[in-house]
Design a protein around this ligand. Structure first.
Ligand code: F6P
Length: 342
């Protein structure tokens, strides 16, 4: 009888529980024992794990977050922790570990597999949709839907007060949420990390738009944007720790207001984008990913990650998924320029 472990690592996101449920249901169907590891890699270090049965995953499909808990710990920075992971993994009798995570979690998984500490199958999770090797990671669709709804709401208050609304969305290195929610929500300017911000051009575009009779505008900003002409943008980001990103929109809003004279306000969407119920699409792909992860265990495709290409499930080496980030589709950005202020 095979024993399969599952852990969720890094940032939480909607859809994690759909994956856990699918892994348990499919795994039990095959007669496997499924062990849930608590709080990501921390659970393997602390030997904090429990067997999951159908009762453990009942009623969780639509629940945000992760019933297993998560953490941002990086055991590669601490040889003692790797030793503990190795000991506890062996002691648990786990044959393969399903790791549900993003870039950082997969870097750890890939290295531990290389060192023959674990045998791993990856399931891609990312609000930012920045993982290569898959068209989508679950969590992204929910974030786009939430951000779109927020933009819809910002339009009406911006119009009433004749204001510029600057809304900051998640996207540390890639602007997928900004781009897709910006298009869906009818934003007037979308700033993404892939294109360094030209603040003078932004102000000029806003002035043009308002000279043409519009009295309000929506500017969407990815949290990770940079600006080559204003090094203070970089400074703010690099002075903060990676995990406390956010706040760049305040600077951008101040610059817009002083340059254009338009009343400008900021909304940081923050963790609202990550919490709460997953969209139907994220539940669906989370479920498909979980089932496919068990199929990959059966095929012994260790070191591979579940991948979605043209709505079909495949697998790719985890190494390939983390080699370089999946940046936004510039064709979509260019198409959307027709709706953006210039
Ligand atoms: O990587 C996903 C993400 O949500 C980023 O968009 C954001 O910068 C980061 O996680 C925030 O993570 P934390 O939970 O550590 O604050």
């Amino acid at each position: 009888m095979k024993k399969i472990g599952i852990l969720t690592g890094g940032a939480d996101c909607p859809g994690l529980n759909s994956v856990i449920r699918a892994v348990v249901c499919k795994g039990l169907h095959h007669g496997y024992v499924i062990t849930g590891i608590k709080n990501g890699w921390q659970g393997l270090i602390d030997n904090d794990m429990k067997v999951l049965d159908l009762n453990s995953v009942s009623g969780i499909l639509d629940r945000g977050g992760t019933i297993l808990g998560t953490s941002r710990i990086n055991p590669l920075e601490n040889p003692d922790q790797i030793k503990k992971i190795s000991e506890n993994y062996k002691r648990s009798g786990i044959d393969a570990l399903i790791v549900v995570g993003g870039e950082a979690t997969f870097r750890i998984a890939s290295e531990l597999q290389k060192r023959k500490v674990i045998r791993v199958i990856g399931v891609p999770k990312s609000i930012d949709n920045s993982l290569s090797g898959t068209d989508y990671a679950f969590g992204f669709d929910t974030a786009v839907n939430i951000a779109t709804e927020c933009i819809d709401r910002l339009h009406t208050t911006a119009e009433s007060h004749h204001r510029i609304m600057v809304a900051e969305v998640m996207g540390r290195y890639t602007g997928w949420v900004a781009l897709e929610a910006g298009i869906a929500g009818g934003a007037n300017i979308v700033l993404v990390p892939e294109i360094p911000v030209d603040i003078e051009a932004v102000c000029k575009a806003l002035k043009n738009r308002h000279q043409c009779g519009r009295t309000s505008s929506i500017v969407i900003v990815s949290e990770g944007v940079t600006c080559k002409d204003h090094p203070e943008f970089f400074k703010t980001i690099s002075e903060k720790k990676m995990h406390t990103f956010g706040g760049i929109s305040e600077l951008i809003a101040r610059m817009i207001e002083s340059e254009t004279g338009f009343d400008t306000r900021v909304s940081m969407l923050g963790y609202i984008q990550r919490g709460g119920i997953p969209s139907a699409y994220d539940r669906l792909i989370g479920t498909r990913f979980g089932v496919h992860a068990i199929e990959l265990v059966e095929e012994e495709k260790f070191g591979h990650m579940v991948s979605l290409r043209n709505n079909r499930l495949h697998s790719v080496p985890i190494e390939e998924a983390i080699e370089k980030r999946k940046t936004i589709n510039m064709d979509i950005y260019d198409m959307a320029r027709v709706f953006f202020a210039e």
